[in-house]
Design a protein around this ligand. Sequence first.
Ligand SMILES: N[C@@H](CCC(=O)N[C@@H](CS)C(=O)NCC(=O)O)C(=O)O
Length: 203
Amino acid sequence: MTLKLHYHPLSTYSRRVRVALIEKRIPYEPVVVDMAARKHREPAYLALNPYGRVPTLEEDGFVLYESTAILNYLEAIHPAPPLVPGDPRQRALVDMHMKLCDLQMTRQAGTIIFPRRFLPKERWDQAAISAAAAEIEKHLNILDRHLNDRTYLVAETFTLADICYLPFVEFLPLMEIKPPPAVAAWIERLLSRPSARETRAEK
Ligand SMILES: N[C@@H](CCC(=O)N[C@@H](CS)C(=O)NCC(=O)O)C(=O)O
């Protein structure tokens, strides 16, 4: 059984999966998709993932995309060490936070991170960037109240919910968003993990 991960080193969503693979010590074959050369838009890759996005996981003919689905699959096939709590309520809370991360943070972050990383300033949509930043700030204030007396999002252990946020919170300085105190402390905990250091994007 060989796991192949099609990814890009600068991709935030791919980094979620790379972090989980490292945390769980799962061997895999990394396959870099040369997005600068538009390989993700070519028929060979679209045959795997018709949305032309990374990451995509491939395992003996089984193909899975969407980072959160991949995270849940890795948890199912490699339950140890666990990245979700066994208790059904705690597990449901992990799912809730994973969903909220995509709804309240990553979509908005994409509006800011992509142009700031990859486009010249003249092409930035400042109104869209400001609106997205305001939404993220509102969300971080909610998270701050939640994290006030907690180490991680759920059950005092590092879970898939924290992993979902990890690649995105690294870009708060680039987004010119200052995290409130409990969020800042949590971010420091996340980014100091060896799996975070090992997968840090260059840009
Ligand atoms: N919802 C997807 C998002 C994946 C995604 O948007 N990946 C970006 C790279 S970080 C991508 O492939 N973008 C290329 C494109 O949309 O053309 C997931 O969770 O995997």
